[in-house]
Design a protein. Structure first.
Length: 70
C-alpha cells in the first residue's frame, strides 16, 4: 500500500482519477492550487486507487494523505 501525500499546502483544484481506477507511476492524481499556481501531485507507484482522502475544494497541508494506492 502506498500513500500519496501533498508536497505543499494548497486547495484541491481538480481530481483526475476515481477510486478503483488503475494508475501508473508518475501519473497525475490531483492538481493543487496555491498562490494562483497549479501543482500536479503524481502517483509514486503504479497500482489501483483504493481510496481518495480529499474532495475538490478541500484545503490540504504539506504531508497530508491525498490518496491510497494498492
Amino acid at each position: 500500500m502506498n500513500e500519496v501525500k501533498a508536497s505543499m499546502a494548497g486547495s484541491v483544484w481538480k481530481i483526475t482519477v476515481n477510486a478503483g481506477e488503475k494508475v501508473e507511476e508518475g501519473q497525475d492524481i490531483v492538481i493543487l492550487e496555491s498562490m494562483k499556481m497549479e501543482i500536479p501531485i503524481a502517483a509514486e507507484a503504479g497500482g489501483t486507487i483504493k481510496e481518495l482522502k480529499v474532495s475538490e475544494g478541500d484545503f490540504v497541508n504539506e504531508g497530508d494523505v491525498i490518496a491510497i494506492i494498492e
